[in-house]
Design a protein around this ligand. Structure first.
Ligand SMILES: Nc1ncnc2c1ncn2[C@@H]1O[C@H](COP(=O)(O)OP(=O)(O)OP(=O)(O)O)[C@@H](O)[C@H]1O
Ligand SMILES: [Mg+2]
Length: 390
């Protein structure tokens, strides 16, 4: 009896719990040789089987390094990477790329132009010495899935960018990977094709139920495709959340500035009972009920679509008279720049159907305290204290 329990081949974790944390990355650190700071500085996250995670963040934040570490093209300094019940990397294990059962699609298609579409897609199966009949069947199936069923015999050099990207996608799914890693696969395509392929990719991912990690620095792409988004800055995940949570409640100032369009007001906060009073340098006083509940230098973030414009004053909370400086017609919406009496300039976006002000109009702005999100101001000159002289 005890021999069964202590058998090292038996994973005691129930399958359901394992599926919840199907891909688990823990404390990943990676410093490139000669680099002054780590590219990854303690990256941890876990995602359920079949889900779609987007890694989002500015250029150089470590998205590609995270992906290459997961797939095995990069060796981390430390940390662990686990998929299902297999440890891919830890301080004693480093499973080689070809044995990780992962598919990866890069920004550049990496297609062989002198081979046919079918030969390109068949390549990973040939490497694995899959029988010929099976190769044909699976290549046809993968090409069918990406909508290229009719192009198998064509030379890969005679394809459009969008078609090449589909070939790359077919090649990544032909092995039926446990995990699909996509690093900005659509960024080389024009906008309309990107929109279409984005939807197709999402459909394909759902149909096949492949657990996928997708990298982008395009926030609308991230919000549209993801079940969960991990937002990275400087090798660290600042927030791991659903698209809605991320947009509505950014955990850090960096996330708030990166996502959507906001007014950022600098000033001072005084915590009260249940709410915080904020006074901006521009002389605006606001009541806030979200974000930082503290006293001291603060930054208030107000999304442009959360500022309400009114023709008359009604004594609302956080209401100020203002004048419209600029009114821009944007089709479905109007974008305004308004100035309060104290000289603070605020950007506003409103639905066109409910808002029709012109430059020069006297208006009243108001913001619900729930939409005034406070952050403690970053400490000036942090990390730049004077070096002691020798
Ligand atoms: N092979 C390398 N050697 C040295 N430094 C590297 C190497 N690859 C990446 N870096 C550095 O590591 C950091 C993270 O790079 P990474 O490519 O992971 O960023 P990224 O988020 O994918 O950026 P992008 O959006 O531009 O693709 C950057 O500072 C980058 O300059
Ligand atoms: Mg990259």
């Amino acid at each position: 009896m005890s021999s069964t329990i202590s058998d090292p081949a038996v994973d005691a974790t129930p399958a359901d719990a394992r599926d919840e944390r199907f891909l688990e990355v823990t404390d990943l650190v990676k410093t490139y040789p000669g680099a002054p700071s780590p590219a990854l500085n303690g990256v941890s996250f876990a995602m359920p089987k079949g889900s779609f995670l987007v890694l989002l963040g500015p250029s150089g934040c470590g998205k590609t390094t995270t992906m290459r570490s997961i797939v095995g093209l990069e060796t981390p300094d430390s940390g662990t990477i686990r998929v299902g019940d297999r440890v891919m990397y830890d301080d004693t294990t480093n499973v080689p790329v070809h044995r990780r059962a992962m598919g990866m699609v890069f920004q550049s298609y990496a297609i062989w132009p002198h081979r046919t579409v079918a030969q390109n897609v068949a390549f990973p199966l040939k490497v694995q010495k899959v029988a010929r009949g099976e190769v044909t069947r699976r290549v046809d199936e993968a090409l069918e899935l990406v909508g290229l069923g009719h192009l198998g015999r064509r030379s890969a050099s005679a394809l459009s960018g969008g078609q090449m990207q589909r070939v790359a996608l077919a090649r990544s799914i032909v092995m039926r990977p446990d995990l699909l890693l996509l690093d900005e696969p659509l960024s080389n395509l024009d906008a309309s094709l990107r929109d279409r392929l984005r939807i197709e990719l999402k459909r394909l991912q759902q149909e096949l139920g492949i657990t996928s990690v997708y990298v982008t620095h395009d926030q609308s792409e991230a919000l549209a495709m993801a079940d969960r988004v991990a937002v990275m800055f400087g090798g660290v995940i600042h927030q791991f959340a659903s698209p809605r949570e991320l947009y509505e409640a950014p955990a850090t100032l960096e996330v708030a500035e990166f996502l959507g369009k906001s007014n950022m007001l600098e000033g001072d906060a005084v915590a009260g009972a249940g709410s915080t009073e904020f006074g901006s340098e521009g002389g605006i006083r606001l009541t806030s009920t979200t974000g930082w509940h503290g006293t001291g230098p603060a930054i208030a973030r107000i999304r442009v679509e959360d500022v309400d414009l009114h023709a008359s004053a009604e004594g609302r909370v956080n209401e100020y008279p203002a004048r419209v400086l600029v009114a821009v017609y944007e089709g479905s919406q109007m974008a305004y720049l308004v100035e309060t009496g104290s000289g603070a300039q605020i950007e506003v976006v409103a639905q066109r159907r409910t808002s029709d002000f012109r430059a020069g109009d006297e208006v009243h702005i108001s913001v619900d305290p729930e939409h005034v999100r406070l952050y403690a101001a970053p400490v000036d000159g942090a990390g730049t204290t004077a070096e002691p002289t020798a």
